[in-house]
Write a protein of this length. Structure first.
Length: 537
């Protein structure tokens, strides 16, 4: 076995049990990983300087193939209704077979940090079979200074072997794809999928497990901060606008996807961004678009002109979930520290496929917890395997696939922090208006940006609000620069009767979904539900 790169000689991969390998590359930077990716034909060069890789049949995460080991670290602690179980014996055999599968292979190792706050970060070692995966995770996590690698010891080890095919009978999994997590050994195994997003979400899952016990709220959110140190966080699932809306040229970007909230403020878990590329345009999102023309950016499943290698971001023939991964410093106004003070505003982004929620609503503390636990949105095509069009869903805490613990733990932490720091909370619909999906249109991004600007600068607090008769939400009746009818969804529908029927149907869905949480919350949160008498009509 030969090695190259920068690493801690006291803790090579052999210490983990990997042996009889080909060549092991430690902490290679972008130029070397470009060379390896292209030499191995894993990716192609794109006009402008990025590389583009295809992920095959897996163009999104595979949440049904994710398993947590049942052992002393997880029994009685993990939210098993949401997490598939794997026995310790099955995981141990799986790990042995991963190690055997790696024999003779060239591997790429990145020693990285998950978390910009040194008090709470995790040392995450990511071992990959593909060179482009190594560049992807190097872009997405925090890159230590070279000097820090001399005594680097991993708290968490991730092994990603896309060519490994799992045996469901042998390991107790569901298919040839497996994502298995052992919280006692702090090992995560990813096999049978080339989708790189599984790696970053594995780190997020780990932090969701360990941080609440330290009084830290892990959040599936983006965050930015203004000149007045007015931090804002944006909850939402993939495709709801977390990345796009947080990258505001007038505010400093803290991060686009995952953060923690401590007694001292907010910190980014990552050192990069993972933006959806479908329909990306230079005019609408200039900062994000510019990253696609930079050396170091990794694209996934973007269709290229075969002759010019110019990307066609409107082409969704491979998947709607086309992606670009780049270091956060590719954004000109990104934070150098990944840290900021306590939030002044919390924005919950929901992609309402029914088209009945207002474009923005103000929430009181109980409503904020209700909607956080509900996590209403729509899955966007391609984000998960099998999703081919927008589907209404309730993803508790706006990220249920990544929650090892019961949602009430995260909900109560958030509620305490909101009350302690007097945070304004907003529900923003980035989904449909004028009708449900297939009839109406997506909410214009200019409208959403204008409403968010008014919320974040404080001017929206001075508006006159009406109470929505279906959802009990406080909705502004007028906002400068926004057409008044958009603020009242019923006025955008051709049929008022259809609107009423659809709204009542969604209210009923909220009530049925929240039954699972009613015994975990107090009466104030239960009473924050959409108007009960309308749901019963």
């Amino acid at each position: 076995m030969s090695v190259s790169g920068t690493y801690n000689h006291a803790y090579p991969v052999e210490k983990f049990g990997l042996k009889d390998l080909g060549h092991v590359s430690y902490n290679l930077e972008a130029a070397s990983l470009y060379e390896e990716s292209l030499r191995r034909k894993e990716a192609v060069l794109v006009a402008g300087g990025a590389i583009n890789a295809e992920t095959g049949i897996h163009t999104g995460r595979s949440p049904k193939d994710k398993f947590t080991v049942l052992n002393s670290a997880t029994e009685g602690k993990v939210w098993w209704e949401n997490n598939n179980q794997m026995s310790q014996a099955q995981f141990d055999v799986l790990l042995e077979d991963f190690i055997a599968h790696a024999k003779g292979k060239d591997l790429f190792v990145q020693d990285l940090f998950g978390g910009a706050d040194p008090a709470y970060r995790v040392n995450a070692r990511v071992i990959t079979e593909f060179a482009w995966h190594s560049l992807f995770i190097r872009n997405l996590l925090i890159r230590p200074d070279r000097s820090a690698l001399a005594d680097y010891y991993p708290d968490l080890t991730i092994i990603d072997l896309p060519t490994f095919k799992a045996d469901p009978k042998k390991y107790g999994c569901r298919s040839e794809t497996v994502v298995a997590i052992d919280f006692a050994k702090n090992i995560m195994l990813i096999g049978g999928t080339s989708y790189a997003g599984e790696m970053k979400k594995s780190v997020f899952t780990y932090l969701n497990f360990v941080l609440p016990a330290q009084g830290v709220m892990p959040m599936h959110c983006s965050a930015n901060v203004g000149d007045d140190e007015d931090t804002a966080i944006f909850f939402g699932l993939s495709g709801t606008g977390k990345t796009t809306l947080s990258q505001d040229p007038d505010r400093i970007l803290i991060g686009d996807d995952e953060h923690g909230w401590t007694k001292d403020g907010v910190f980014n878990f990552e050192g990069g961004c993972y933006a959806k590329a479908i329909k990306l345009s230079r005019e609408a999102e200039p900062e994000i678009y510019a990253t696609t023309e930079r050396f170091g950016t990794v694209m996934e499943n973007v269709v290229l002109n075969p002759e010019t290698r110019v990307p066609d971001f409107d082409d969704e023939s491979k998947t709607e979930n086309t992606r670009i991964a780049y270091p956060i410093d590719f954004i000109s106004n990104a934070s150098a520290t990944g840290r900021a003070g306590h939030p002044k505003n919390i924005v919950m982004l929901t992609c309402d496929a029914f088209g009945v929620l207002p474009p923005i609503s103000k929430l009181d503390a109980s409503q904020a917890m209700y909607h956080f636990l509900s996590g209403y949105t729509a899955k966007v095509a391609g984000t998960e395997k099998g999703v081919v069009g927008p589907e209404a869903t309730f993803s508790t805490c706006f990220g249920h696939p990544f929650l090892p613990l019961h949602p009430s733990i995260y909900g109560n932490l958030l509620r305490e922090l909101i009350a302690k720091h007097h945070v304004d909370c907003w529900l923003v619909n980035t989904g449909w208006t004028g009708g449900k999906e297939g009839v109406g249109r997506r909410m214009p991004i200019r409208v959403t940006r204008r409403l968010l600007s008014a919320a974040l600068d404080g001017s929206l607090n001075k508006a006159h609000f009406r109470t929505d008769p279906y959802f009990g939400l406080a909705v502004p009746t007028s906002v400068p620069g926004v057409e008044p009818h958009i603020l009242n969804p019923v006025k955008t529908w051709a049929s008022k009767a259809d609107f009423a029927a659809t709204a009542k149907h969604l209210v009923d869905m909220f009530h049925k979904n929240f039954l699972a949480f009613e015994t975990h919350v107090d009466a104030e949160v239960r009473d924050a539900a959409p108007t009960a008498q309308i749901a019963a009509e």
